[in-house]
Each structure stands twice: as C-alpha cells, then as structure tokens.
Design a protein around this ligand. Sequence first.
Ligand code: ZN
Ligand code: ZN
Length: 127
Amino acid sequence: MIITRNTVQREIILQTVLNMDNHPSADDVYERLRNDNPSISRATVYRNLELLAKQGKILHIRMPNGADCFDFNTSEHYHLRCDICRRVFDIDLPKIPKINIEQKKYKDFTIEGYSISFHGICPECKK
Ligand SMILES: [Zn+2]
Ligand SMILES: [Zn+2]
C-alpha cells in the first residue's frame, strides 16, 4: 500500500475523533488538530471527516438545532443536545422503527436520509 500525505492526514484526523468523546463538530476537530498539525487546513478536516463517515469509521450526526457533529461510536444510537450548554449526549432509548425510504423518492425529490435527534436540558444545566 502506498502511504500518501492524504492517508497520513486522514489517519491523524481519525485518531483525533477517536480521542474526543464529546461528539465534536468539524470545527472542534480542526481546533484540536491545529496546534500539532499546522499544515492541515480546515477544508481538509471537513473533507476527511465526510470521507471517514462514508467509510463507516465514524458517524456523521446531523443535529437540526446546531452544527453537525461526529462520533467514534458507530453503533446505532440516539443523541440529545442540551438547549442550554449545547453539548451533545448519547441517549439509550429503544429503537424507533425505521422509516422505509428504499425508494428514495418523494414526488420529484430524491431522499438521501433522515435523522432523529432529541433536545432537552442536561443534569448539569438543571442545577
Ligand atoms: Zn447542558
Ligand atoms: Zn453518540
């Protein structure tokens, strides 16, 4: 296998996400990487996060009430964003039945996916 600069950068980005257990946004990952890896651009981080998510190595979580974030836990689970501190938490709920979008069609639209997420107030903010 040929190890290119791209491969090395992607691995660094993956390792960074694996070491962040707080559902980082792309910007959070970039900020974390920046000091030690000044040659990696924000665009590179964004692009590689998308790629890693496509490869199934991380999860891309779409949060309607805030920035998208990424998760090293690739098992199926739900998320809750705190309305006050904006942090994203894993929540363990029974699986909601899947909506069948196999046709990927609604009228003239092409459906690429859907997401279910929750919001509320975390225990710390409740205090
Ligand atoms: Zn909170
Ligand atoms: Zn999660």
